[in-house]
Design a protein around this ligand. Structure first.
Ligand code: PLP
Length: 385
């Protein structure tokens, strides 16, 4: 089994649609097989046939998915994990005890809770900045001391946009690494490594896979070194490598990434434009709207493909917001994002007490359905409150 090559210069969309022009050399199959082995036999010299001896080392199917994402990110190396949370945890775990890190006050609550937990146990020292506010970021970064700056852009669930190149400069001037979580606008549109990030993180559960049927997390880098080996060791010791069956689903899902993000963006723009200024809403938060304060940066960083993530703030309080989610008939009232199906969720219910979120906020993950069906569904739900 190999991947064929061509002399032609192909666009990322072509390479992705063909899973790097995969072709099974034995059979001609254009779809890769799944390699599920948990263990590998030693050879006649009693040596392990590298690079795999055991499941936790990785496997062929996962390595194929990693090669596809590395190609998309123009990364030298990519590592896949069993979830976004385990990928984020490997980054945190590889840091020495007492390391100083800088993170947004509002970001995906699960990753934020990991930082808070490590902080509470004195394992890390954590300073916070308001997402997208570079002055605040610069004020808490400590030259020669901070080891890692975390940026989530756009941040979940407020969709504030951070200037990644400017954040990279702040981090690098202090001697820190910049990690970006651009899960909301995947690497077909936001090329974080090009913008200066040292580690590009994504929850591959979301747009990369796109079908809400696996969890996966991914880290991509241009420069490798001891730190990258240490992250690999965390994955190996914790056994959090992405399973081969899930890697296979990810490969299948990624083939349509460009198409899905394009359609989700188109739908989201139509929905945001329709509901901006709606009498039952106090705000529509979507970086694709020219009125959004991060619009110009988002446009530059995504090439105008703003993705399908937005939030709406509902008038008349928390219960009215919950009711809108309950009354939807096309949107699923479910958590997660980046799938082909549209989801709506009352974020405060999901992120729990202690997380700073407006109680009237509903997070929408816009899928690839007909935009008019989605608009009508939200209109009828809003009409009932
Ligand atoms: N980062 C962001 C922005 C997310 O939205 C999520 C999950 O919703 C994660 C990270 C965590 O990823 P996972 O659910 O794959 O563990």
């Amino acid at each position: 089994m190999t991947k064929s090559t061509t002399n032609q210069k192909l666009s990322p969309a072509t390479r992705l649609a063909q899973a790097l022009h995969f072709r099974d050399t034995e059979t001609g199959a254009v779809v890769p097989p799944i390699q599920p082995a948990a263990t590998y036999a030693r050879n006649e010299n009693y040596e392990v046939e590298k690079p795999y001896g055991y499941r936790r080392d990785g496997n062929q199917t996962t390595a194929h998915a990693e090669a596809i994402i590395a190609d998309l990110e123009d990364a030298s190396e990519t590592m896949l994990f069993a979830s976004g949370m385990s990928a984020a945890n490997a980054v945190i775990e590889h840091l020495p005890s007492g390391a100083h890190v800088v993170v947004p006050k509002v970001m995906y609550h699960g990753v934020l809770n990991q930082f808070k937990m490590y902080h509470a146990r004195n394992r890390l020292e954590v300073s916070y900045y308001s997402a997208s506010n570079l002055d605040e970021m610069a004020a808490v970064v400590r030259k020669g001391e901070t080891q890692l700056v975390w940026v989530e852009s756009p941040n979940n669930p407020d969709w504030e946009v951070t200037d990644i190149s400017a954040a990279a400069k702040i981090a690098h001037d202090a001697g820190a690494k910049l990690v970006t979580d651009c899960t909301g606008t995947p690497p077909c549109v936001t090329r974080a490594l090009d913008l200066g990030a040292d580690i590009s993180f994504h929850s591959a559960t979301k747009y990369l896979n796109g079908h809400s049927d696996i969890t996966a997390g991914v880290l991509s880098v241009r420069e490798v070194g001891q730190y990258w080996d240490d992250i690999w060791t965390v994955r190996n010791l914790q056994g959090t490598v992405l399973h081969s069956f899930d890697a296979w689903l990810l490969i299948r899902g990624m083939r349509t990434l460009f198409l899905r993000v394009e359609k989700a963006t188109k739908n989201a723009l139509a929905i945001a434009n329709h509901f901006e200024g709606h009498p039952k809403l106090t705000a529509v938060l979507y970086p694709g709207l020219p009125s959004h304060k991060g619009h110009a940066i988002a446009k530059r960083q995504t090439g105008g493909q703003f993705g399908g993530m937005m939030s709406i703030l509902v008038k008349n309080g928390e219960q009215a917001a919950i009711d809108v989610a309950r009354f939807c008939q096309v949107f699923y009232p479910a958590t997660s994002l980046g799938g082909v199906e549209s989801l709506i969720e009352h974020r405060k219910t999901v992120s729990g007490d202690g997380f700073p979120v407006d109680p009237t906020l509903l997070r929408l993950s816009i899928g690839i359905e007909d935009a008019d069906d989605l608009i009508r569904d939200l209109e009828q739900a809003l009409a009932r409150i």
